[in-house]
Ligand binder design. Structure first.
Ligand code: NDP
Ligand code: 2IT
Length: 448
């Protein structure tokens, strides 16, 4: 049973009914509505004009067929999605995920989280998300290109720098954004750089965007740790995943003096008690697009664990940076028993509700994804700023803005949690701060 205010329960019931079978979307909406009881008690006018019902309903959902031809000449078919969830604060903004598990419920959960995350950045961006059940693993470069071109051939009509601005997520990195931007440019005959973010530096990308999500999550956790006296220096850290977010989390944690002893991919995890050799991880995952087990084959002091949970590796700080619900109640118990002091979510919704509850009860510092991983989309908004002004900032300038934004998000979430009577509850702080910003804009804009 959820812990929901009685005025919000009928709204949640309606969301669950209307979106039957969309488990991840139910989970994301429940988690936010659980935080809003105290807000509507203080400001009942947020219940007026079906404002909360409207926040839970996407403004527009696009689902389309994506046919493409593989290297053997066979026709393949995938499903494409774009959920344009909320544009009260700015154009829809959020990544594209290419992974075989993608369905409408997953895109809606991601789009819903994105609304509040983007509001937390303080930058003018609404919330959206998209993707496809296309699996890039094992595809040649030409196959990925043909898929991206077909995907954009439908999606381009729904995009624009003032309308909807996608970026990367799982399975979508610099290579895919390049092919998507190329096809958009060709179809529209416009060099509209601000229509996509995460672009390469040679054609309008921003410095520090590749690093931004991982760096930002690390800044957020550093700030949380400082509330208890010290930062990453000398800490044992476990980071799940070995993709974009995980790699740049490891990089910044190491720079701040932490020791990352384990990381993973969908095939298992590696442990290196001397500290992960990040150059080797980058060579295997970023350049080679290979399996993480290769790390243990190349580095004899490390070992690979095929089955089992990375959260069994003892650590002071855990940073789940792979995918949703990868850290369960069982994993949280193991982390707590091993003395974890902080958890920072690099991924979106990686901890199950039971895990979040256990961390809260144990007094573990917990940075929820919509706050801790907001550095990626924040830097995307900085990329849009650079594109709009036809400018290009230095790495230092961009990273400084990112660090300031992350510290600001941390401090605002902490202050809101305090104001609402739950000091240290970053989930409450993030949900309430994000909600209030979007709700204020929606009230001003009328019933639309
Ligand atoms: P990548 O595709 O670069 O890397 C994803 C990593 O997670 C890979 O190591 C992958 O393993 C692993 N993984 C993916 N799906 C699963 C699964 N179902 N089970 C186990 N492992 C899995 O993606 P990102 O690093 O960009 O994204 C990681 C997380 O961070 C996602 O939750 C994403 O939504 C979130 N995020 C990303 C942002 C960004 O800017 N990129 C911004 C904010 C949040 P394998 O290689 O075996 O597939
Ligand atoms: O989940 C996320 O915030 C992202 N995948 C990044 C979105 C973006 O528009 O940069």
């Amino acid at each position: 049973m959820s812990n929901i205010d009685e005025k919000l329960q009928p709204i949640l019931d309606q969301v669950l009914r209307r979106n039957a079978g969309e488990a991840e979307f139910h989970q994301a909406v429940t988690e936010v509505l659980e935080s809003l009881g105290r807000v509507v008690a203080k400001h009942p006018n947020y219940l007026d004009r079906a404002l909360i019902e409207r926040i839970c309903e996407p403004e527009r959902q696009v689902i389309f067929r994506v046919p493409w031809i593989d290297d053997r000449g066979e026709v393949r078919m995938n499903r494409g999605f774009r959920v344009q969830f909320n544009s009260a604060l700015g154009p829809y903004k959020g990544g594209l995920r290419f992974h075989p598990s993608v369905n409408i419920g997953i895109i809606k959960f991601l789009g819903f989280e994105q609304i509040f995350k983007n509001a937390l950045t303080g930058l003018p961006i609404g919330g959206g998300k998209g993707g496809s059940d296309f699996d890039p693993k094992g595809c040649s470069d030409n196959e990925v290109m043909r898929f991206c071109q077909s995907y954009m051939t439908e999606l381009y009509r729904h995009l624009g720098e003032y309308t909807d601005v996608p970026a990367g997520d799982i399975g979508v990195g610099g290579r895919e954004i390049g092919y998507l931007f190329g096809q958009y440019k060709r179809l529209t005959n416009r060099y509209e750089a601000g229509v996509l973010t995460g672009k390469g530096l040679v054609y309008g990308g921003s410095r520090a965007r590749t690093e931004a999500t991982g760096y930002g999550a690390t800044y957020f956790v550093q700030r949380m740790l400082e509330t208890r006296g010290n930062g990453f220096e000398g800490r044992r850290v476990v980071v799940s995943g070995s993709g974009n977010v995980a790699i740049y989390t490891i990089e910044k944690v190491q720079e701040l003096g932490g020791k990352v002893v384990a990381c993973s991919d969908s095939s298992g995890y590696i442990v290196d008690e001397e500290g992960i050799d990040l150059d080797l991880v980058k060579e295997i995952k970023e350049l080679g697009r290979e399996r993480i087990s290769k790390y243990a084959a190349r580095q004899s002091r490390a070992h690979f664990v095929e089955k089992g949970s990375i959260w069994d590796v003892p650590c002071d700080v855990a940073m789940p940076s792979a995918t949703q619900n990868e850290l369960t109640g069982r994993d949280a118990r193991a982390l707590i028993a091993n003395g974890v002091i902080a958890v920072g979510e690099g991924a979106n919704m990686p901890s199950t509700p039971e895990a979040v509850r256990l961390f809260r009860e144990a007094g573990v510092l917990f940075g929820p994804g919509k706050a801790a991983n907001a550095g990626g989309v924040a830097t995307s908004a900085l990329e849009m700023q650079q594109n709009a002004s036809r400018d290009s900032w230095t790495f230092e300038q961009t990273e400084r803005r990112l660090a300031d934004i992350m510290h600001g998000i941390h401090d605002t979430c902490a202050a809101t949690a305090e104001e609402y009577g739950s000091p240290g509850d970053y989930c409450l702080g993030a949900n309430v701060t994000g909600f209030v910003r979007v709700a204020e804009a929606m009230r001003a804009l009328g019933v639309i």
